[in-house]
Design a protein around this ligand. Structure first.
Ligand code: KIV
Ligand code: NA
Length: 258
């Protein structure tokens, strides 16, 4: 069954929601066939697949390109796409145009936007235009140059209060879900209980309405640093390396082709 923002909303309180990143048709198909609820074309494509150090260099054109590939897999999972660095902070017409490209041209079914309560007015207008918005609070990796480092959020009461206020404002603006990244588990739990929309966590403890991971982390495909909160559920990297090695040896030994 096709997942929509409507069916997703009904899962809150019923069972945990499962989300994962996907940047191409193959991975979108595997994830969707496994029963994942949401595939996110994250701007993590920049550091995960494209060799950038952060998500900041990722452009709207890049997200459109990868989202179109995911959409061509026709996944049952909801297709969400990240609005890249800076794009959500232009005048509304330009923000709408970016979302229009993601939904019309690329085939996204929802967009994800980093930002707290200050993004609420923009999000309310996008929702009014028919753009389902997944709001992203806690650690916002697009802020890396301003933050100086990736850090955990909600670890003091002022930060916890402001996260809760963000969540409430974004729900009120009409966001269909929240993503909460690298945030104190008790705060994430409190936010999940305080809003009616699903809260999907990453590095935010077990008591959210769902979880998301970067697919290369959970499949053992990330070559470098893997965050401590990620769990590896398969070692696809080792299998791929074994496959390439077997092919190389077979060709060199004139065993392939037979
Ligand atoms: O781009 C991304 O991978 C994200 C994560 C929080 C899932 O936004
Ligand atoms: Na992202």
């Amino acid at each position: 069954m096709k997942t929509t923002v409507h069916t997703l909303r009904k899962l809150k309180g019923q069972r945990p929601i499962v989300a994962v990143t996907a940047y191409d048709a193959i991975i979108a198909r595997f994830a969707s066939d496994a029963g994942v609820d949401i595939v996110l074309v994250g701007d993590s494509v920049g550091n995960v697949l494209l060799g950038f150090d952060t998500t900041v260099p990722v452009t709207l054109d890049m997200i459109c390109h990868h989202t179109a590939a995911v959409a061509r897999a026709k996944p049952n999972a909801l297709i969400a796409a990240d609005v890249p660095f800076g794009e959500a902070h232009y005048d509304f017409e330009k923000v709408l145009r970016a979302c229009q490209r993601l939904l019309q041209e690329a085939g996204a079914e929802a967009v994800k936007i980093e930002g707290g309560a200050s993004m609420a007015p923009t999000i309310a207008r996008l929702v009014e235009a028919g753009v389902p918005v997944w709001a992203h609070i806690g650690l916002q990796p697009q802020q890396i140059h301003a933050l100086g480092r990736y850090k955990k959020f909600g670890t003091n009461s002022a930060e916890a209060d402001s996260l809760l206020a963000d969540a409430v404002a974004l729900e009120k603006a009409g966001a269909f879900a929240l993503l909460i990244e690298l945030t104190d588990a008790a705060v994430a739990q409190k936010i999940s209980a305080a809003v009616k929309i699903p809260v999907i966590g990453i590095g935010a403890g077990p008591n959210c309405d769902g979880q998301i991971l970067v697919y290369t982390d959970l499949l053992g495909l990330t070559p470098g640093y893997v965050p401590a909160f990620a769990k590896q559920f398969a070692d696809a990297g080792a299998q791929m390396k074994a496959g390439f090695t077997a092919y190389t040896e077979a060709v060199r030994a004139r065993k392939f082709p037979e």
